[in-house]
Design a protein around this ligand. Structure first.
Ligand code: NAG
Ligand code: NAG
Length: 331
């Protein structure tokens, strides 16, 4: 490191230190303990500045929410010291699905479907997990859908191996912790002859050599179905099949600090950069108010959102592309 670089670095640190709010000292210390953060002396000032910026944004959002401006609240969490750029890196860009969609799947009347569905109540959903720094959301969504169908068939709820998909599905079109497709993960499971359980092939959160052992196979799939981009068809599938894996577009700033309520992000489009599991749907308030939501399971741990889950706007023009990448397996 050249001396000149050092000088610049120190100045940068000092100027951000002077901007810190001493009124937040105690909260900062508590937050570091809660989320087990430790920094070098130089890094601490920079992280604190980022954290304060995020704190401010969350506070403003929640104040506006109190005035009825937003449909959801935000909260500080483990992502509080990450810059926008770093948050973006947690999302994985997955290109559009080039898998043939929904042959022969047609829209049916929705009138016979339940008004509320929550597959957690029926035992179809394993506990929320934490993907860590690995871009493996697509693998969590995929295993989640298989776990549900396996439970439906056998009555056994077994957490499946995300690491198996991360390490082994490259030849089928995925790229470990960098990115992946849900349909390519299903393709791997189909052609591989199954996937292992978490118990025999545990999560490491980084890509390694494929260690799949056919003797440990926990479940096989017969086929997988890609749904057409249509919220009514997704609703039908969620109600009649079980949890459905899907991709969506995430705007890191708001999504990362989601706390509760029905998430609606005006800056969303339908370019998927995150994979989630749709485990139900419903509405808040009066049915005629249009406060409909999808209930999605994330893989960012149980401290994110509503114990790891989010309600996201439903029937609002395929919000964030939630119905654009939906797939489920037949076991
Ligand atoms: C969607 O938004 C992201 C940034 O949030 C942008 O990179 C991407 O190009 C947008 N896609 C479309 C189709 O507008
Ligand atoms: C829901 O809204 C409709 C129309 O505004 C109203 O007639 C009905 O009483 C409301 N129901 C409840 C439970 O508030």
């Amino acid at each position: 490191m050249t001396p000149i670089f050092l000088v610049i670095l120190c100045l940068g640190v000092r100027s951000s230190v002077s901007a810190l709010d001493p009124g937040l000292d105690a909260e900062w210390e508590d937050w570091k303990i809660l989320y087990e953060k430790s920094y070098s002396l130089e890094e601490e000032a920079l992280r604190r500045a980022v954290w304060e910026k995020n704190m401010k944004m969350i506070k403003i959002h929640n104040e506006e929410n109190g005035l009825g401006k937003n449909g959801y609240t935000m909260k500080m969490n483990t992502f509080g010291d990450m810059t926008d750029e770093e948050l973006k890196k947690m999302m994985v860009a997955f290109p559009m699905q080039n898998h043939k969609k929904g042959k022969g799947i047609r829209k049916r009347a929705l009138s016979g479907l339940p008004k509320f569905v929550d597959w957690r109540d029926e035992g179809y959903v394993t506990p929320v997990r934490y993907q860590g720094k690995c871009g493996s959301c697509w693998a969590f969504a995929t295993t989640g859908a298989i776990e549900g169908q396996m439970f439906k068939k056998t009555g056994k709820l077994i957490p499946l191996s995300v690491q198996n998909l991360v390490d082994c599905s490259k030849p089928h079109g995925n790229n470990g912790c960098a990115w992946g497709h849900i349909y390519a993960a299903f393709r791997y499971v189909l052609h591989n002859g199954g996937v292992e359980a978490e118990a025999t092939y545990p999560y490491k959160g980084k890509e390694g050599l494929c260690r799949y052992n056919p003797q440990n196979v926990a479940v096989k799939i017969r086929e997988y179905v890609a749904l057409p981009e249509d919220e009514d068809i997704l609703m039908d599938a969620v109600a009649t099949k079980g949890p459905i894996a899907t991709g969506m577009h995430v705007v890191p700033k708001s999504f990362s600090f989601y706390n509760g309520g029905i998430y609606y992000e005006p800056n969303c489009n339908r370019t998927a950069n995150h994979g989630v599991l749709v485990v139900g749907y419903g509405f808040e308030g009066n049915e005629t108010d249009g406060n409909n939501y999808w209930l999605i399971k994330n893989s960012w741990g149980k401290y994110w959102g509503m114990n790891g889950y989010m309600k996201i706007a439903k029937d609002r023009n395929n919000h964030c592309g939630i119905a654009s990448y939906a797939n489920y397996p037949l076991v």
